[in-house]
Design a protein around this ligand. Structure first.
Ligand code: 4GX
Length: 222
């Protein structure tokens, strides 16, 4: 999969995507990730990307020209163009699974108060939010989407890392898990887990997952 990112803060992307599983996916060629500076598509001396909203109001908006030029130069016939903003539909594992089937994504990250509405109208196939809170810019949301989608690409996870989407595939939170020691600072591992009775262990885990989900994420049950 090819992922292009359009951002005002390319330096923010150094680090999180240069480690571990994502770096391995990039080195193997499964993920072709390119970060682009929006200012490279400006033409004035100050490399202006923003302007004041018509009709007044606080803050600045990303102006259309640099984003249109950038998207038109980066996109291909097959590219899905996605804006990151708090007004988008809420990103989740199901959306990640859909995106993992695309051949190329172009993630456009905002800053300031938002985008000129014509960017959304004419360029965007989708607009995503990573949650109902306000960040300073869209770089972290873009990295969240990239990380979540990349680990779903075939060949990215090894056998040991794989199969652990569990919480979001069977719709319940994980059951509690324990490793050695069997007793730590007075806290004991539940007896059933050391019983060797696999039917009982299964039953206990199903119950625990239910209890935990009802308590912490009742929204997943309804
Ligand atoms: N999930 N931000 C975008 C600028 C902005 C504001 C309004 C469009 C409309 C965020 C989130 C998020 C901060 C990124 C504001 N762009 N993005 N930025 N939560 O908070 O995606």
């Amino acid at each position: 999969m090819k992922i292009d990112v359009l951002t005002l803060f390319p330096a923010m992307f150094a680090g999180p995507l240069d480690e571990s599983i994502i770096m391995r996916a990039r080195k193997s060629g499964i993920l072709d990730l390119k970060i682009h500076n929006l200012r490279d598509w400006t033409h004035d001396r100050h490399r202006t990307v923003d302007d004041r909203p018509f009709g007044g109001g606080p803050g600045m908006l990303l102006k259309p020209e640099p984003i249109f030029e950038a998207v038109e130069s980066l996109r291909r016939e097959t590219t899905k163009v996605i804006l990151l903003s708090p007004s988008g539909r809420k990103f989740n594992q199901a959306i990640a699974r859909e995106l993992a089937r695309e051949s190329d994504l172009l993630l456009v990250t905002g800053h300031y108060e938002g985008f000129d509405a014509r960017i959304r109208q004419a360029l965007a196939h989708d607009e995503l939010s990573i949650g109902d809170y306000v960040l300073t810019n869209g770089a972290l949301p873009a990295m969240v989407v990239i990380d979540t989608v990349a680990r779903l690409l075939p060949g990215v996870l090894g056998d040991d890392e794989s199969s652990h989407d569990e919480s979001f595939s069977h719709g319940l939170l994980e059951y509690p898990q324990y490793t050695r020691p069997a007793e730590f600072r007075g806290m004991k591992v539940p007896e059933v887990l050391m019983s060797g009775n696999h039917a009982e262990i299964e039953k206990w885990r199903r119950e625990q997952a239910q209890i935990r989900t009802a308590k912490d994420r009742p929204d997943l049950l309804s």
